[in-house]
Structure formats: C-alpha cells, structure tokens
Design a protein around this ligand. Structure first.
Ligand SMILES: [Zn+2]
Length: 402
C-alpha cells in the first residue's frame, strides 16, 4: 500500500504535504501533567499525536498540535541532564565555540536557564555574557552572566547588544514558527553590519526514526528535527559554517554567520527610499488639495470604493471639503466611501453639470474614465490624476497612463 499524503504546514519550511510516521494515537501530556493521584493520572485528557514527516525538508512534527493552555507555557519544558557524557558534550561545545570568539566578546544565549553554559564560556574568555529566559528564576547578574527575564527580540536586542555570538540550545524545537526568530536575527545582524555567529542545537530524531523508537513521539515534543530539516532551518539564518552531531548522535548542532542574502538587502534599501519619497508625496498632494479648496474649485471624484477609497483616505479627501463622489458602477451608488463617508452618486445625477476638476484616483484607467465622462455629458475644465506625488493634468504631463 502506498503511503497516504497528509495536508499539513511544516513549521520549518512551510511545506504543505507530509506522510505519517506512525499511526495517529491520543495520549496525555507526558512531561507537564504532574497528576497527584492514580485516578487523576488515568483520567488525564488525551491529546492527538499525529506525527508527519515533511516531504520537502524532512522535518517531523505533530500536525494536530495545539498549545494546551497557560499551564503549558508556565511550566519549564527543560529536562535537565547532569550525566557525565552530557557534561562532556557541553565542554566539547564550549571548546569549539571559543575558537570563534574574539577577545572580550559579547555573547547572548536564548533560553539560558540559570546561565550555566554562558558561565562556562566566560571562565575561559572574559567578556559580556547576557542570557534571555522568561522562565529564569531571577533577573540581574548571576555570577558573570547578566540574566534578563524576558523573550529575546532580535530586532531590538541585536541592535542594542551587537553580539559576536548568539547561542540557542534546545529551544527551537519548542517554537511553533522557529524560522521567524532566525530570519529576524539574520535581518538584525545584516542591518547592523555585524559579524555575528549563531550556534544552535536541538535533539536529533534521525536515530529514533531509523530504529522506530516510539517513546520519542509525545505531545510536548511537537517538533522534531532531522539533520536535514535542522540544516534547512539554519540556512534561513545565514551562511552555514558547520553541522555536527553529539551525545551519540542524539543532538545536532550547527554554526552559521547571521545575515540575509545581498539581493534581499538591496530590495530593503529600495523600499526605504521609496517610503521616504511617499512621505513627501502626501505633503505635496495635500497642499494642492488645500489650494483647490481655497480657490473654491468645484471638484468631482470619479470612483468611491477600492483604490479610489484608498486614495481618499491616504490623501485626506474628507466629505466636508470634497463632497462629490460619483461611480459608473450602479451597484456602488447609494453606498458611502469607506473611511471618509461621501455618498456615492450616479454619474447620471451630474449630467450636464460643469466642474472645475475631475479627479480620477484610478490613474491607470484615466483614458476610459475621460471617454466615459464625455459620453455621459459630464463637463470639466481639467482632469487630474496622481503621478509621482503630484496631481497632474494627463493631457499636459507625460505619464504611463495616457
Ligand atoms: Zn518542511
């Protein structure tokens, strides 16, 4: 029997199709429930375990997972491991990271707990070490580490701290949209022009998948990385430098240089320039509109919904100063302009009248509108459209529309 595709939404790559990795079942919370009695334990609510593997990046996740509620967020998800092999793994990691740190570095850890990992780094390389963890027991200096009891906000904190290294260990697998955090880190580092490394570590599901280790699939482990899905995710944060396994291949970790591709940076610069231009546009057009009102011009606006309504809201064409709005679509007549409130009238109601200005917000339709106005007997001294931040006469100014 061929496997059945499951519609889903991969938290790592956005992939829309998965295949089940085990038959769906329903189990209670495995870590966070803490029942006091046998009866409580037996009657715990059963939650759906429906693990699928993404066809695009191979990530494994429970596609029926929903956050069970406040108690879920309040309880620490961290399972401490104080075994000798684990301590050896941590000390190997520190050694590898020290090779990438300058003297007197600034290092941030997301989900730092009590800050032990940073303390260990600081012992070998003094510098500034800041840990973020909303579940940290206290805020402030603990030993040589500054603990902040809050979520790490990349756009704010990278700009403030300008770190050389960001460490995120055993956190990404708990996030519903891990790429959101990484992509914002990449942007923040690029915009600050920082040479900032990211070190990430998560549990690796490869061995469990290979040997059908069912116990790994429980509700709190909603998102499980394969080596491939981990690499896929880290590449969203920047340039991947290395990926390796530790603790008997049960964890996968990687180092990357944070940053977005050059073409994305260029488009952001363009957007910035264009935003600055548009701010100027609004001032110029507003001044032209004020001048029309001062000169007691009789203005009719052609169109009252969609882009016409958007135009009126952007440029402040209020109903008191610009009461006349017409539309050739009879379904819109009798309605009002969203936001500004003018009654939308039929063009027939204005037949044989003469206006100083026919204002056409839909500039790309100017040719059709002018012909239609003429056909319906609406007379006007000048038609105006918005072009490059000014209201212009399309018969006298070269535009792409006429
Ligand atoms: Zn995926």
């Amino acid at each position: 029997m061929s496997p059945q595709p499951v519609p889903c939404h991969c938290p790592v790559c956005g992939g829309a199709v998965g295949f089940s990795v085990l038959p769906p079942v329903a189990h209670p919370l495995a870590i966070l429930a803490w029942p006091d009695t046998e009866r409580d334990a037996r009657s715990l609510p059963r939650l759906p375990l429906s693990f699928v593997q993404c066809t695009r990046c191979s990530h494994v996740f429970n596609h029926e997972f929903v956050y069970p509620g406040e108690e879920y967020a309040d309880n620490s998800m961290r399972m401490y491991n104080s075994g000798v092999s684990w301590r050896g793994h941590l000390s190997d990691l520190r050694e590898q990271l020290l090779a990438h740190l300058p003297s007197n570095p600034t290092v941030v850890e997301i989900g730092c707990g009590s800050g032990e990992f940073l303390q260990g780094l600081c012992e070998h390389r003094p510098g500034r070490y800041i840990g973020f963890d909303p579940q940290a027991r206290e805020e402030g200096a603990i030993g040589t580490v500054e603990i902040r009891q809050c979520l790490f906000s990349p756009l704010e904190h990278i700009s403030e701290l300008k770190p050389n290294l960001i460490v995120i260990r055993h956190v990404l697998e708990h996030l519903l949209d891990p790429f959101v955090l990484l992509e914002r880190m990449a942007w923040a580092a690029s915009l600050e022009g920082l040479d900032c490394k990211l070190f990430a570590e998560v549990p690796c599901i490869d061995v469990a998948l290979r040997h059908g280790r069912l116990a790994d699939f429980y509700y709190e482990h909603y998102s499980q990385f394969t080596t491939r899905s981990f690499e896929y995710l880290i590449r969203r944060a920047g340039k991947l430098m290395s990926v390796a396994h530790g603790y008997g291949d049960e964890v996968v970790f990687g180092l990357a240089t944070l940053g977005v591709p050059a073409e994305q940076l260029e488009s952001a610069v363009w957007t910035d320039v264009s935003l600055a231009r548009v701010s100027g546009f609004r001032i110029k057009v507003a001044a032209q509109l004020d001048a029309m009102v001062d000169a007691r011009k009789r203005v009719v606006i052609w169109g009252g919904v969609g882009k016409a309504a958007s135009f009126m809201n952007y440029y402040g064409l209020d109903a008191e100063r610009f009461p006349l709005v017409v539309d050739s679509d009879m379904r819109k007549v009798g309605s009002h302009v969203p936001g500004t409130g003018q009654l939308i009238q039929s063009i027939g109601a204005l037949k044989d009248e003469c206006f100083d200005v026919l204002l056409i917000p839909a500039n790309w339709r100017v040719r059709d509108v002018m012909q239609e106005a003429e056909r319906l007997g609406v007379r006007f001294a000048v038609a105006l459209i918005e072009h490059e931040g000014e209201l212009v006469d399309p018969l006298n100014v070269r535009t792409p529309y006429l």
